[in-house]
Design a binder for this molecule. Structure first.
Ligand code: PGA
Length: 237
């Protein structure tokens, strides 16, 4: 595990973008695992800038996102498909047909999960997985539980997650209570994992996850077993 502490969010974003850019440059036909949430936004801004300056080419990149709210389709501006289009995909030369987000409005969510895992396998597995971390230790939407779940699956969001995500909605009652998320197998099988955590409010959970016991009560703690894990933690928000 490589634990990098930086002072500012700007530095976190620059460093994370440099690591992702290095992945794309060293393996142009790569599969990137991407994340939503407020923390990766600066990373996506930096990647966009590199593209605009002619230093980065996304035309051969394929991506899979971690998760999606149940009940929101891609035209909803709270959906994670919309987030990815808005913060990255519409700003760079990635082929949208090669960007995948789990479907939150499909009738058969179990089949959707199985198909999502099969697709990741067919694509040769994830080269680099970007992750945020929730205040309760979730990665993707793998919430604290009594066991780790391997496959892409449907979850009930924890009250603390719903509360944390309410800031993006008009009212907490609008926050979906369920999501579909990539499970631990695809995340742990990624060749590299890059986790970004921003500011003092994440300090306690970061310490628990990476310097405490490995337990499904703190889902991110499983990453301690990953052979190529980089964490970038910013002291200031
Ligand atoms: P945040 O969310 O980046 O908005 O803090 C992280 C997460 O919940 O995974």
């Amino acid at each position: 595990m490589k634990f990098i502490t930086v002072d500012t969010y700007a530095e976190l974003s620059r460093k994370a973008a440099n690591i992702i850019a290095a992945q794309i440059i060293s393996k142009p036909y790569c599969l990137l695992g991407l994340a939503t949430g407020s923390t990766p936004i600066g990373t996506y801004d930096n990647l966009t800038k590199m593209y605009e300056e002619g230093d980065l080419d996304f035309s051969t990149v394929t991506s899979v996102n971690l998760d999606e709210y149940i009940g929101l389709d891609g035209s909803n501006d709270q959906s994670y498909r919309w987030f990815m289009n808005h913060h990255l995909f519409d700003r760079v030369n990635i082929d949208k047909a090669k960007t995948f987000v789990p479907g939150g409005t499909v009738a058969d969510l179990a089949a959707e999960g199985a198909a999502y895992d099969a697709r990741i396998k067919e694509l040769g597995g994830i080269d680099l997985q970007l992750l945020g971390i929730g205040l309760d230790g979730h990665i993707g939407f793998n919430e604290p539980d009594t066991f780790f779940t391997g496959e892409t699956h449907v979850v009930d969001l924890h009250p603390s997650t719903i509360e944390a995500n309410a800031r993006f909605f008009n009212d907490i009652s609008e926050v979906p209570t369920k999501a579909i998320t990539m499970g631990m197998a695809a995340i742990m099988q990624a060749k590299k994992v890059l986790l970004v955590a921003n500011g003092p409010k994440k300090k306690e959970i970061v310490e628990k996850a990476f310097f405490g016991p490995i337990t499904p009560e703190v889902p991110a703690s499983i990453l301690q077993l990953h052979p190529d894990l980089t964490i970038i933690f910013s002291e200031q928000e």
